[in-house]
Ligand binder design. Structure first.
Ligand code: ZN
Length: 333
C-alpha cells in the first residue's frame, strides 16, 4: 500500500527518497506518486533544481514542462491563461518562464485546472495570491476543499489533505466554460468519471491545440483514480468523443509526457479498450482478481507497464472500475 504519511513507505524508499541524480531528473514515477500527496509532500521535495522548459506548440500556445503535469499557456496581447500549475514551489519559475517568452508583461489572468490532483493544482494558491483567477469543474473544488482518499480502489491509496482556501477555484462550471482571450476561444469541457470525476479537457480551437489533462498520459498504463470517481469506461468514452471531433492534425498536450498527436491518442484508446475487454472476460468467467494477476492477463500489453502503474496495478484498476467496487462517486445534479 502506498500512503502519504511520513516514513511509512517501506519498500518504497527508492521512489520516495531518490538519490540526487534521480531528484534532479524528477523521474516520472516520483512526480506521479507525488500527485495527490502534493500539498503535503511538495514541501519535502527539492524543487530548487527543477527547470521550466517552454516549447511553442502552435499559434500563441506554449507547453511548459517542469515537475508534475504539463502546463498549456495562451500568451498574447490580453495576457496569459494557463492550464494547470504544477507545484506551489514552482510558481515563480513558471511566471518567469512565461515572462521570458518576451511576448507580454501582462499577468496570468486565469488558471484552468484539468482536475484536482496536486501535481496539477499545487500552484493554485500562489497564482491566486498574485491575482490569477482559478477556474475548474465543480468537483475539482469539492475535492480540493474536502480532501479524501485517492487511488485505484485497491493497493494504490493516497490520502489527500484539504487544500487551503486560497487554492480553491473561485469560478466553477458543471459542463463547460469558455475564456475569450488572445483571439482564442479557450474552452474547458467536462468529461465525467474518467481519470477522476472532475476532469476537463481544454480546447484551443484557433491554434488547433488540446490539453487532455490526465485522461491521456504518456507514461504507460494510466492512473485512474477510481477512489475519486474515475473509471476506465469514462476515460475511454472521453477519448473516443474527443478523437472523433478533433482535426487530424491537432497538437495534443498530454497530462504527462511529450507533445503528442491524434494517432498517439488512438493507440492509447485502443489499449484501454482491449485491456478492459481482457479483464471483463476474466470477470465474466468468474475469475478472481488474484487469478487474473497470476495468469498475467495483460501480458500482450506489457510495453505499457510502467514504473508507476504496472500490469498488476492496472488489472486491479480495471477490475475495480468494471465491477464498480471502488467508487465514492460525487453525484452530478
Ligand atoms: Zn491526475
Amino acid at each position: 500500500m502506498i500512503e502519504c504519511g511520513a516514513g511509512k513507505q517501506d519498500g518504497m524508499n527508492t521512489v520516495w527518497r531518490p538519490n540526487e541524480m534521480t531528484r534532479v531528473r524528477v523521474g516520472v514515477a516520483l512526480a506521479l506518486l507525488l500527485l495527490v500527496c502534493a500539498t503535503a509532500r511538495a514541501q519535502e521535495q527539492d524543487f530548487s533544481k527543477v527547470q521550466i522548459k517552454a516549447t511553442k506548440v502552435a499559434g500563441n500556445i506554449y507547453m511548459l514542462e517542469g515537475a508534475g503535469g504539463n502546463i498549456a499557456a495562451s500568451v498574447g496581447e490580453d495576457g496569459i491563461v494557463i492550464v494547470d500549475d504544477q507545484y506551489a514551489p514552482l510558481a515563480e519559475k513558471i511566471q518567469a518562464a512565461l515572462k521570458n517568452l518576451g511576448i507580454t508583461d501582462k499577468p496570468v489572468r486565469f488558471v484552468i485546472n484539468t482536475h484536482y490532483h496536486g501535481d496539477h493544482t499545487g500552484g493554485n494558491e500562489p497564482f491566486a495570491n498574485t491575482g490569477s483567477t482559478v477556474i475548474a469543474q465543480d468537483n475539482v473544488r469539492k475535492r480540493l476543499e474536502t480532501g479524501g482518499t485517492a487511488g485505484n480502489g485497491g493497493s494504490l491509496k493516497m490520502e489527500v489533505k484539504p487544500a487551503p482556501k486560497a487554492a480553491l477555484p473561485i469560478i466553477t462550471f458543471e459542463h463547460d466554460v469558455t475564456v475569450h482571450l488572445n483571439g482564442e476561444d479557450i474552452r474547458a469541457l467536462h468529461f465525467p468519471a474518467g481519470h477522476t470525476d472532475g476532469d476537463a479537457i481544454i480546447f484551443f480551437p484557433k491554434a488547433n491545440v488540446v490539453h487532455m489533462g490526465d485522461d491521456f498520459v504518456r507514461y504507460g498504463f494510466p492512473f485512474i483514480d477510481v477512489a475519486s470517481g474515475g473509471s476506465v469506461q469514462g476515460m475511454i468514452a472521453a477519448m473516443e468523443k474527443v478523437s472523433a471531433q478533433l482535426p487530424g492534425d491537432v497538437k495534443v498536450i498530454p497530462g504527462h509526457g511529450g507533445l503528442s498527436n491524434l494517432d498517439d491518442v488512438r493507440a492509447y484508446t485502443k489499449m484501454l479498450r482491449e485491456t478492459s475487454a481482457a479483464v471483463q472476460k476474466g470477470i465474466d468467467e468468474h475469475k478472481t482478481l488474484e487469478q487474473m494477476k497470476q495468469e498475467k492477463i495483460l501480458e500482450p500489453w506489457k510495453k505499457w507497464s510502467g514504473e508507476f502503474i504496472d500490469a498488476d496495478k492496472f488489472i486491479e484498476t480495471l477490475y475495480n472500475s468494471l465491477t464498480g467496487k471502488a467508487g465514492e462517486f460525487v453525484k452530478h445534479n
